[in-house]
Design a protein around this ligand. Structure first.
Ligand SMILES: [Zn+2]
Length: 293
């Protein structure tokens, strides 16, 4: 089960996610290469983290347009879950010398769009530069430059083999306005000292344990003291979720226009449309389209 916890301490707020099942589903749907799912899984995890407080009909979308072989990715999240697609799921690169997937070069450099539709008249659209291609760094960069919020993000996807996800997830810590210098120093020390996300999951840690690890005071030998107390405000299950339906696709097909629909029917005998997000396919026979022909 994929899950999220979020909360606050005196000087920061935090979100942690375990997205193994979601990334597995994304791998199954999109038939991604190992490096592509490592990149896409990071983006899906980032979207969930950034959308942790979405309510009602709110939607947050991350879109990357980059010059690496992966080219474009999109992840969109609402209170029910996350979904996404990528333009070139099959592209791959050899692993780096240390065995890590070469996410940086598969993604490359380019632009990150952060689109928040919070039910206001116009959605908020933030644009930021992707310089590392490593996703976590690029999202942190967005927060610092576009929202002036000092942010630490760590993301990881580890595969068992080409078809099985071993672990996926990550965490984000954001300083609250006026955060104390001593806390910032302690947190920086801690983040620099702890292992990567995949390593933490591999060690069997759950989200609560990772959170404790981030906040535990290294000067205390038993690691029982904390840098500061924190409170978990929300803990919930999250899913890969697509809300497509035949009705929605019908509306899309109408926009093709009568001429094109007739052409497809003449050639194939039916109109088939496939959902980019979940791979589900919808077939319309002539009699279902009669009212618009
Ligand atoms: Zn769908």
């Amino acid at each position: 089960m994929s899950r999220l916890i979020r909360g606050v301490s005196k000087n920061a707020r935090f979100v942690l996610v375990d997205t193994k099942d979601i990334v597995q589903e994304a791998l199954d749907i999109h038939k991604c290469s190992p490096t592509a799912i490592s990149s896409f899984g990071r983006l899906l995890s980032a979207a969930i983290i950034m959308g942790a407080t979405l309510k009602g009909e709110d939607i947050l979308t991350l879109r990357t347009t980059t010059n690496g072989p992966l080219s474009n990715m999109l992840a969109t999240v609402n209170k029910n879950g996350v979904k996404g697609y990528l333009s070139n799921p099959e592209v791959d690169l050899p692993s780096k010398a240390n065995g890590e997937p070469d996410v940086q070069n598969l993604v490359g450099q380019g632009t990150l769009h952060v689109i928040k539709d919070l039910g206001l008249k116009d959605p908020y659209i933030g644009v930021s530069t992707i310089t590392s291609g490593e996703i976590a760094y690029d999202i942190a960069y967005y927060y610092v430059t576009s929202e002036q919020t000092p942010t630490v993000i760590a993301l990881g996807v580890e595969l068992e083999n080409e078809k099985i996800v071993k672990s996926a997830g990550g965490y984000m810590i954001q300083l609250l306005p006026g955060a104390e210098e001593t806390f910032i120093v302690e947190l920086e020390k801690k983040i620099a000292a702890i292992r990567g996300v995949s390593e933490l999951f591999k060690g069997g840690m759950d989200l609560e344990r990772i959170l404790h690890l981030i906040y535990e005071d290294m000067s205390d030998e038993e690691h029982e003291k904390l840098i500061e107390d924190y409170e978990i405000l929300d803990s919930k299950e999250i899913k890969y979720s697509c809300d497509c339906s035949k009705e929605k696709f019908f509306k899309g097909i109408i926009t093709l226009g009568k001429g094109e629909i007739e052409e497809i029917l003449a050639e194939k005998g039916e109109v088939e449309a496939q959902c980019h997000f979940c791979g589900k396919s919808y077939v319309f026979k002539r009699e279902e389209l009669e009212e618009i022909l």
